[in-house]
Design a protein. Structure first.
Length: 357
């Protein structure tokens, strides 16, 4: 859920968000409409999670964020933050509302050059200040990092930074061309594979974090070796709709990065709006109410027929296809596939082959 489009005080150069300099707030009525369906689902799922993301959630303010969370029952709230606004008052809020925290930071200071403030200054110091507040209050947090330059010689240092940071888990995103970030992001495949291999070696020598990408490869390898569920799609799991609720109530499926964008053929990429129909019925009728899905599934079928990595990847994400293939969703391989899926799988398995013991 997107509590606000505003992202302050940062203005990261690789950000995909179209309205990050504008403060559009989610009305409480949108949260109430979503909660009507979510609360029913959460009764049957003790691990149900509502993630506040897509802008800087803290930019919405404590009072408004509390009002947005209030209609939900039986869910775990988490938020993804740049940490720059975190102070003692925010820490008290997070503890009072039992909110899980993810922090966006890209590694050591000199690897954060694209994570900048509105004034164009490096944001590393203000992000670390927020992390220090979290640690002083005993608030656990995960981390997400964007890697603009997957340099193999920096991979060990990159991992060790997070091992010492105090986060309990890490997700690594190689920079992508999507949304407002139109940089081509043409990472060399061999170099990126070596980055993942070196990164995996660093993790294996000091596995104090759960690393999302390494876990995905190891889980996939386990399913292959156990002959379990190989026909069902990416990492032995079908596509998850992953509904994103935009600040105005629009529902975007599969790729949160499509929220806020429009296409002359498909319109605004939404499946509908929770202020008009309940979320349960929107998801149930998604195939009929989402014009772009048919073209996307055509691309997934093409990947299935042509790509030897399909069982791991599952056919790529809609936003990457759309922004790399000039507005088409039925293309096949993308630069994102090469760097974040193929090179990842090859890098981890390369490390395993070289360290069979």
């Amino acid at each position: 859920m997107q509590p606000t489009t505003l992202c302050q005080p940062l203005d990261c150069r690789y950000c995909y968000l179209p309205f990050r300099k504008e403060k559009h707030l989610m009305p409480v009525q949108v949260a109430q409409a979503v909660a009507a369906s979510v609360n029913e689902w959460a009764r049957d799922d003790p691990w149900f999670e509502v993630v506040w993301h897509g802008g800087e959630p803290l930019s919405a303010g404590r009072d408004h964020l509390a009002q947005l969370m209030e209609p939900f029952t039986g869910v775990k709230h988490t938020l993804q933050t740049n940490a720059a606004l975190i102070d003692d008052a925010w820490c008290s809020f997070l503890l009072e509302h039992d909110v899980g925290v993810g922090v966006s930071i890209d590694g050591p200071a000199d690897m954060n050059t694209h994570r900048t403030t509105r004034a164009g200054h490096p944001a590393f110091r203000v992000v670390m200040r927020g992390i220090e507040r979290l640690r002083s209050h005993g608030i656990p947090f995960s981390a997400i990092a964007v890697v603009t330059d997957p340099e193999p010689r920096r991979a060990t240092e990159f991992y060790e930074f997070f091992a010492e940071l105090g986060c309990h888990s890490l997700g690594v995103n190689v920079e992508e061309q999507e949304g407002m970030n139109r940089a081509p992001c043409a990472h060399d495949a061999g170099r990126t594979t070596d980055f993942w291999a070196t990164f995996t070696a660093a993790w294996e020598s000091n596995p104090v974090l759960q690393v999302r990408e390494v876990s995905r490869v190891l889980e996939f390898a386990g399913s292959v070796l156990g002959r379990r569920g190989l026909a069902s799609g990416p990492s032995a799991a079908p596509w998850d709709p992953l509904p994103t609720i935009s600040y105005d109530g629009g529902v975007v499926l599969l790729s949160p990065e499509l929220a806020g964008f429009t296409d002359p053929r498909f319109g605004d990429f939404t499946t509908g709006n929770v202020l008009d129909r309940d979320l349960r019925s929107l998801l149930a009728d998604a195939e009929h109410g989402t014009p772009w899905l048919a073209e996307f599934w055509s691309g997934v079928d093409a990947c299935h027929a042509t790509c030897p990595y399909f069982a791991f990847c599952g056919g790529g994400h809609p936003a990457n296809r759309y922004f790399e293939h000039d507005g088409r969703l039925d293309g096949t391989r993308t630069r994102y596939c090469t760097a974040a899926k193929i090179a990842l799988l090859e890098g981890v398995t390369q490390h395993v082959r070289n360290h069979r013991h």
